[in-house]
Write a protein of this length. Structure first.
Ligand SMILES: [Zn+2]
Length: 264
């Protein structure tokens, strides 16, 4: 059981809000209002969610479809697998719409001559920040479908889903976005110059969102081992799926290859 550290009232409906350690933004289970807790006064926050289009049966069908399709998967993956857990979790995200401009100076050495290069690298992003501190959710791989955004409504949630409050507030999320975007721009500079002499990134935040996204977390068992698959309940896409090694394990795969080579 998580430790209950604070009990306050929802600023909208007065319902009791229970916070656990580390949580800074709490969503009222009665009216769906999101509040930031700083000091002892809750502050209402604009909040939305992605509409789930995939219920439990839909998620199971999508997992089976994923097991059947695509290269690199064992032929018997669907037949020999058993889904051992399936749970829909609402994860908190911030999305920042930013313009980034990096003024750079550097040297291009790959051509054999040392060419000085200067310029501006301009990009715009919808940058995502997960509002939780732990867990290894693949935030960069996840294509958060902002087009499916609707106002937050507890009545529109997947039944028996789990809900996670945010442990990162919007100020910290913005700081993280600025740092990450700067780091990402520096990565992109490596295509333009081989030696970076100077790089300054200006990040302009144009808009931001706080929202909850429904993700199906599932584990399945295949030949005695457990694997994970994450499904976006809004778009239906697989965010990440563990692919087991060829059936029989890697050792047997090698033995099989050896036999084939000396056959005949
Ligand atoms: Zn409320």
């Amino acid at each position: 059981m998580p430790e209950l550290v604070q009990s306050i009232s929802c600023p909208k409906c007065g319902g009791p809000l229970n916070l656990t350690t580390g949580e800074v933004i709490v969503t009222c289970p009665y009216c769906g209002t999101a509040s930031r807790i700083r000091g002892d006064k809750p502050f209402v926050l604009t909040h939305s969610m992605l509409a789930a289009r995939m219920d439990r049966d839909g998620a199971l069908r999508a997992i089976q479809g994923w097991m059947e399709g695509g290269v690199m998967k064992p032929d018997d993956l669907r037949k020999a697998s058993r889904v051992t857990s399936l749970e829909c979790v609402y994860l908190p995200f911030y999305v920042f719409e930013v313009d980034a401009t990096t003024a750079y100076a550097g040297v291009l050495t790959r051509t054999g001559t040392n060419e000085k290069r200067t310029g501006n690298l301009r990009r715009d992003y919808f940058w995502k920040v997960l509002g939780r501190r732990s867990g290894d959710f693949p935030t960069r791989e996840y294509k958060l479908p902002l087009g499916l955004k609707v106002p937050f409504d507890t009545g529109g949630m997947v039944r028996e889903s789990r809900f996670l409050n945010a442990e990162v507030d919007e100020d910290e999320a913005e700081r993280l976005t600025r740092e990450d975007v700067d780091g990402h721009q520096r990565e992109l500079l490596k295509d333009l110059v081989d030696v970076i002499e100077d790089a300054r990134t200006q990040v302009d935040v144009k808009d931001s969102e706080f929202l909850h996204a429904p993700i199906w977390f599932s584990t399945f068992e295949y030949r005695g081992r457990s694997y994970t698959i994450l499904l976006d309940a809004a778009s239906g896409e697989v965010v990440r799926g563990d692919i087991p090694p060829p059936s029989g394990g890697f050792g047997e795969f090698l033995k099989g290859a050896g036999r084939d080579m000396f056959r005949g």
